[in-house]
Design a protein around this ligand. Structure first.
Ligand code: B1M
Length: 208
């Protein structure tokens, strides 16, 4: 019987070969894709998120774990689709207009995927129009914006206003080094988080 605890451990350690081997073995043995996802990948990424939040591990370890998770997900995704397993929620994310920083945004996206969200990543330098168009097209429950520059921070408020004006009802989450809870409150964002692990915790509350 496939050892999903060992799979979670492989994710935590970022051992992509072990993660891929155990994922394949579990599916070959008839373990459901959903169980592999919940008890292997998500269980592992939950631990990674918790350790990252407590500063027990740092960005490189999270990226390595996320890479192992991504490799396993590539095997798992077709099986999940066949089984009709729905993602926890759909999250649209991007770095706002004028800003090319994406390391933090990518980390948030990876952790969300690790928690079972479907993530539509618009990349960097994303204008309000594109956020609106894609939020509607992808019919997402959550829209996330990231920025690292004080000069591009107003892009968050501009995009938020454009989303509201277009009637997008998705919850709006924001983050990035210069962003604060006070700023989020002032512009009327639904959620703010200072790091990727807390972003996942907040996102989960919106789809619970
Ligand atoms: Co730039 N840069 N940079 N840079 N850069 C900073 C941000 C800066 C603080 C450096 C400095 O001066 N000390 C400064 C900004 C100053 C300011 O505005 N207050 C700065 C500047 C000025 C610039 C340029 C203007 C430099 C120039 O060209 N003169 C230029 C701007 C280009 C542009 O965007 N138009 C520029 C360019 C670059 C590089 C391209 C060289 C590179 C980016 C590479 C890339 O991202 N692919 C770069 C980098 C790497 C940095 C630093 C060194 C590191 C940023 C980073 O990745 N941090 C940064 C200085 C520093 O922070 N020490 C700096 C790690 C990352 C994991 O953290 O993104 O904060 P962070 O994400 C965290 C949280 O904020 C949160 O979770 C993440 C993980 O826990 N989070 C969210 C992020 N998004 C979230 C969204 C959420 C929730 C949480 O919900 C949706």
């Amino acid at each position: 019987m496939a050892d999903l605890k060992a799979l979670a451990e492989a994710i935590i350690k970022g051992d992509q070969n072990a993660a891929v081997d155990i994922t394949r073995a579990a599916l070959d043995e008839g373990t459901s894709a959903e169980s592999v996802l919940d008890n292997g990948l998500i269980a592992g990424m939950d631990v990674v998120g918790a350790r990252f939040k407590k500063n027990e591990i740092y960005i490189p370890e999270v990226l390595i774990a996320a890479r192992a998770m991504k490799m396993s997900m590539e095997i798992l995704e077709p099986e999940l689709a066949k089984a009709g397993v729905k993602p926890v929620g759909k999250f649209l994310i991007g770095t706002v207009q004028g800003d090319l920083h994406d390391i933090g945004k990518n980390l948030v996206a990876m952790m969300l995927k690790g928690a079972g969200f479907e993530v539509v990543d618009l990349g960097v330098d994303v204008g309000p129009e594109k956020f609106v168009e894609q939020a509607k097209a992808a019919d997402v429950q959550l829209v996330g914006m990231s920025t690292l520059l004080t000069t591009t921070m107003p892009g968050i408020e501009k995009t938020l206003k454009a989303l509201k004006a277009a009637g997008v009802s998705a919850k709006i989450m924001i983050g990035g080094a210069p962003v604060t809870q006070a700023y989020a409150d002032r512009i009327g964002a639904d959620g703010y988080s200072p790091d990727a692990a807390s972003a996942v915790d907040i996102a989960k509350t919106f789809v619970a």
